[in-house]
Design a protein around this ligand. Sequence first.
Ligand code: PRP
Ligand code: HPA
Length: 187
Amino acid sequence: MTETLSREQLNTIMEEADLLKSQAEVDAALDSLAVQITERLSETMPVVYSIMNGGLVIAGQLLTRLNFPLEQGYMHATRYRGETSAQSDLQWQAPPSVPMEGRTVLIIDDIFDEGYTLEAVIEACKAQGAAEVLTAVLVNKQHDRKAPGVSVDFVGLEVEDRYVFGYGMDYRGYWRNAPGIYAVKGL
Ligand SMILES: O=P(O)(O)OC[C@H]1O[C@H](OP(=O)(O)OP(=O)(O)O)[C@H](O)[C@@H]1O
Ligand code: HPA
């Protein structure tokens, strides 16, 4: 584990960060995601899962833009666990909270980075009998280290290959609440 960060250090992280996407840009991306998801899923009575913790903010802001019947659930899978690079294993801290046998499932997460989290989540949903599994993320990080064969159905925004925080994404556990998408100085 890394050392504890002070309030001053965390404020400096924010002050020195680069704003990659403003709140207005995120709002527009969420509107666009909602239109695409509605077109594809409005007649399927899906179960919509947020992947905790990162998916919390984006799922909350997306759900109220979806005007059709759906159930909502959560699951918690984590690879990074407060670090800025992935740990070797994915840990399940909470399994899916709503049965998905025979259902259309939409997974909502904050970021598609290397893609191993979504790969494992999709696999888990299929193993639990989901009829189809679709995925939506606010941010796709652009690089060539993606898990082979994993793709996302609905992407809000593209960001460069830097460590980002805000809108649910954390910097060492903090700043998930930042109202924009920021890149940490030097990362
Ligand atoms: O595409 P990947 O490289 O697998 O990374 C993406 C995942 O990493 C983050 O979760 P994290 O493991 O940090 O857990 P958290 O949501 O609790 O922060 C993020 O919320 C995604 O779920
Ligand atoms: O760039 C990132 N920021 C926050 N969480 C993440 N999880 C994977 N990549 C990232």
